[in-house]
Design a binder for this molecule. Structure first.
Ligand SMILES: [Zn+2]
Length: 67
């Protein structure tokens, strides 16, 4: 839930839920993905595909990608 709070506090920027990078919501390089009514933004296509494969895993913090 910490990720969601930081997302809401920064309307111009969002945190990529996969890698933790800050993404400009107006021009997300990796596009967007909607999950349960919330739009997530990604730094790259790879992160978006990873998230789409298992959104709950990333949102719960069970999955992490090593930088
Ligand atoms: Zn990313």
């Amino acid at each position: 839930m910490k990720q969601l709070l930081s997302f809401m506090n920064r309307p111009q920027q969002a945190t990529d839920p996969v890698c933790g990078m800050v993404v400009d919501v107006k021009n997300p390089r990796g596009g967007t993905f909607e999950h349960k009514g919330t739009t997530y933004y990604f730094c790259g296509k790879g992160c978006r595909l990873e998230f789409a494969d298992d959104p709950e895993g990333y949102l719960s913090g069970e999955k992490k990608v090593e930088m």
